[in-house]
Design a protein around this ligand. Structure first.
Ligand code: C2O
Ligand code: CU
Ligand code: CU
Length: 457
């Protein structure tokens, strides 16, 4: 017979994702932190992984990791067509890598597990920005320490801008009506420190405390105008559903890797770890007494808004944002790569295998589109949703269980949520050569081996 403690541990394990640890409501007492914008100088962007401490709780220093600062990172802003050098440096006292999630970058610069920087080492990553406007991100990827390093604060945004994006009438004043917003839940010790090993859950580490851009109990002050929120689920494992607390609609304008063809009206959107979405909330219909907030599926307050009525702008957003399409040709391509996601906890596999640094699982010709079919095989307990991510590419979701994907997924993606027993078909093309990871973006699943390697040749 199981002891109560063992039963509680079980609840805390596999079942925790269908019924996760509740999150605390944001009380809204702190203004949301805005990461600094970092643009190339003479083509160079300096990015340093470092350790430090941060006052997350009033009067208490929490030991944290960050890029170019003690916690989280800047927003790196680059432009399509630009030649850039990311000058990376590891000032941590442990090995790390710099992975550019969603960036179409040659394999040797991708920052996967092979590109380890030891403490004190530097590396110049040079590439030409080949993709269009999008909200991407970066984080570490060393085998065995990815989940913990992200948990301690290593994550930043990358904005790609292009010519098209300037003509669309989108809110684009950084920190005024255009905000990067990363959601991460954490478990703090009594001393208000991160203790990753204590919080660790092999099926995905979650916490009861939400940090938004690293801010505890955040609120965001906005004008009486249309505001663009670039949402990133930067959590290790928790899924976030975003709604407005009074049921109002908002518009989604972008997926992971670019704009939707047109703004899509939604009442809620769910992002699994690694996914992004850009949404527009029209605050012109609210006033300072409206008490509007972003909440999750059980109405936990994630981010309350304060409306500054002095600030009012009217913007008209273009009805046509992009020309994304899954072509007939792509639809008719045969499946040439089949992947089966399976397992739980420490035994999570892709096609029955766990990650091996020395094994290339697939090859694919650079520049050629192939159809990847990914099946999430349920287990006796039902299974889990896995956010499936591929490095070095933006792909198209061709179908989910044979059906056309919802409007929300009809855009460039690099991470797609796959529910138990679902089969998802992707049209995947690698614009560059090199070795790329594909994996579940629940970081503990990635660590436990739900990851493989494809070499674009
Ligand atoms: Cu967000 Cu392997 O990456
Ligand atoms: Cu990635
Ligand atoms: Cu997973």
């Amino acid at each position: 017979n199981m002891t109560e403690e063992e039963m509680a541990n079980m609840d805390n394990g596999h079942a925790s994702h269908t019924n996760p640890l509740p999150l605390n409501n944001s009380t809204g007492e702190n203004e949301l932190a805005l990461p600094p914008l970092l643009e190339p100088k003479d083509g160079i962007v300096d990015i340093i992984a470092q350790q430090g401490s941060t006052e997350i709780f009033k009067g208490i220093q929490t030991k944290t990791y960050g890029y170019n600062g003690s916690f989280l990172g800047p927003v790196i802003k680059i432009t399509e067509g630009e030649k850039v050098t990311f000058r990376t440096k590891n000032d941590l006292s442990e090995p790390t890598t710099f992975h550019w999630h969603g960036v179409e970058i040659p394999g040797e610069g991708d920052g996967g597990p092979h590109q380890i920087l030891k403490p004190g080492e530097s590396e110049d990553v040079k590439f030409t920005v080949s993709q269009g406007a999008s909200t991407l991100w970066f984080h570490p990827h060393p085998v065995g320490a990815t989940a913990e390093q992200v948990y301690k604060g290593l994550a930043g945004f990358i904005y790609v801008e292009d010519e098209n994006s300037k003509k669309l009438g989108l809110p684009s004043q950084y920190g005024e009506n255009d905000f990067p917003i990363v959601f991460q839940d954490r478990q703090f010790t009594e001393e208000k420190q991160f203790d990753y090993q204590a919080a660790l859950n092999e099926d995905g580490t979650i916490g009861d405390t939400l940090l938004v851009n690293g801010t505890l109990n955040p609120k965001l002050t906005v004008g009486k105008e249309k505001v663009r929120l670039r949402l990133l689920n930067g959590a290790n494992a928790r899924n976030y559903t975003f709604k407005l607390n009074k049921g109002d609609t908002f518009q989604q304008i972008a997926t992971d890797g670019g704009f939707l063809n047109k703004p899509t009206t939604l009442r809620e959107i769910t992002l699994t770890p690694g996914e992004r979405a850009e949404i527009i909330v029209d605050f012109s219909k609210f006033d300072s007494k409206s008490n509007i907030a972003l909440v999750n599926e059980v109405d936990t307050i994630l981010l309350p808004f304060e409306i500054d009525e002095q600030k009012a702008n009217s913007t008209k957003i273009s009805k046509s944002l992009n020309d994304f399409a899954v072509t007939d040709e792509e639809r008719n391509l045969p499946v040439t790569k089949k992947l089966e996601l399976f397992g739980m906890g420490k035994i999570v596999t892709i096609n029955g295998k766990q990650f091996d640094m020395n094994r290339i699982d697939f090859t694919q010709k650079q520049g050629e589109t192939e159809i990847w079919e990914i099946y999430n095989k349920p287990d006796m307990m039902g299974g889990m949703t896995h956010p499936f991510h591929i490095h070095g590419t933006q792909f198209k979701v061709v179908s989910i269980d044979g059906e056309e994907p919802p409007a929300s997924l009809q855009g460039w993606k690099d991470t797609v949520s796959i529910e138990p027993d679902q089969t998802v078909k992707l049209a995947v093309k690698f614009p560059n050569k090199g070795i790329y990871m594909f994996h579940c973006h629940i970081l503990e699943h990635e660590e436990n081996g739900m990851m493989g390697q494809v070499e674009a040749i």
